[in-house]
Design a protein around this ligand. Structure first.
Ligand SMILES: [Mg+2]
Length: 374
């Protein structure tokens, strides 16, 4: 069996975490650039505030109802997402992080008569440890667990945020309640076509033949979807131990940055995050690249390219945060131009090897440079 754990109104929930006075109150989060609503709490949804709607179109409703409005803070959301995923990892050895606020969990080995209780316990523990409310769908396949999750989220009070689609009857009822366009993998465009075939619910789709799916639903992909709806697993969990060959961490700054000190700080933070990822996959990196992105229209009297990067190769592969930062700082200094307006920075760790294969250079002690400086 598989579970999907999905955070409810994730960005808004992150903001509310630090403002307990906003509990039970409407909250929306706006995108950085275009001022669109990217996250709403249930209270804001109840007011009819639309997702992805521009702020100004909802302004009257927002002001009238004293809705709390936040600009997005992706640093914060990334950090809280990490805490949620770490909590989930204590429940299953196999967690596939699907997006910033959603993960699939492999529940193989959990007593099948206790799945509901287990999911409720998982939900409560996650909420207790992180403060972020979640909805959980449990089913034999990924597609069915998404169906379950959607139903749990739609009726949080009635379902207590957990739905298990285990028996054929539970699956049939769940699929009958799900409009076909809400099935994971069915887009708006294909749902229009499905409705022409008089396929209106997920249950109607589940009952189509594999031959039909092969002809009318994108070949192999369609066949897989039908099988998943029937409870036959076809979309496997991605292996979390799959080693990434490159780890990149990059962010837009909340506001433009002019000072070298701030850039150094930002790059050090990104390296810290990248090094954590590196150690989680038991690897070490030998190459660090740093890039800074400027917007120099304001001082166009002097030509400077809009993006800039430099890299350095370490004498040996490492996953030690301090060592990686130490090698990256000279790159930041070389890239920095006083007076430039920096919008974004990033680091990329590459030449990644498993840390049991790290070969130390006989002539370089891993901490020689560090010792010299202290
Ligand atoms: Mg969510």
């Amino acid at each position: 069996m598989k579970a999907i754990v999905d955070c409810n109104s994730f960005y808004a929930a992150c903001e509310r975490l630090f403002k307990p006075s906003l509990h039970g109150k409407p909250v929306v989060v706006l995108s950085n650039n275009d001022g669109c609503i990217v996250s709403r709490t249930d209270e804001a949804k109840a007011l009819g505030i639309q997702m992805a709607g521009p702020y100004y179109q909802n302004k009257e409703e927002i002001e009238k109802n004293k809705v709390a409005v936040f600009s997005s803070n992706y640093h914060l959301y990334g950090d809280i997402s990490w805490r949620v995923m770490e909590t989930l990892r204590s429940f299953s050895p196999h967690v596939e992080v699907y997006s910033v606020d959603e993960s699939f969990l492999d529940l193989t080995g959990i007593d099948e008569t206790m799945l509901y209780e287990y999911a409720v316990f998982l939900k409560h523990t996650t909420e207790l440890w992180t403060g972020i409310p979640v909805s959980i769908g449990v089913a034999p396949t990924k597609v069915l667990s998404k169906v379950a999750n959607r139903l749990a989220k739609k009726d949080k009070l009635g379902t207590k945020g957990v739905i298990v689609l285990q028996t054929p009857r539970q699956q049939m009822e769940g699929l009958q309640k799900t409009p076909v366009e809400d099935v994971w993998g069915v887009g708006g465009a294909s749902s229009k076509k499905l409705r022409l075939f008089n396929i209106n619910t997920a249950w109607d789709l589940r009952n189509m033949s594999e031959d039909w799916a092969r002809k009318n639903l994108g070949g192999v992909v369609g066949v897989r979807l039908i099988k998943e709806l029937r409870g036959e697993p076809c979309i496997e969990m991605k292996d979390p131990l799959e080693i990434k060959k490159m780890i990149a961490t990059t962010r837009m700054f909340g506001k433009p940055v002019y000072e070298l000190r701030e850039l150094r700080e930002a790059v050090a933070t990104y390296i810290t995050r990248a090094a954590e990822k590196l150690r989680r996959q038991n690897c070490a990196a030998k190459t660090i690249s740093v890039f800074l992105v400027t917007n120099n229209y304001s001082n166009s009297y002097e030509y400077k390219p809009a993006g800039f990067s430099l890299y350095t190769t370490l004498p040996f592969a490492t996953s030690l945060t301090n060592l990686l930062i130490e090698h990256a700082m000279p790159l930041v200094e070389q890239l920095y131009r006083k007076g430039s307006k920096y919008l974004k920075a990033g680091v990329i760790l590459s030449s990644i090897v498993p840390d049991d294969k790290v070969q130390f250079n006989l002539f370089e002690k891993p901490s020689s440079e560090h010792e010299k400086k202290n």
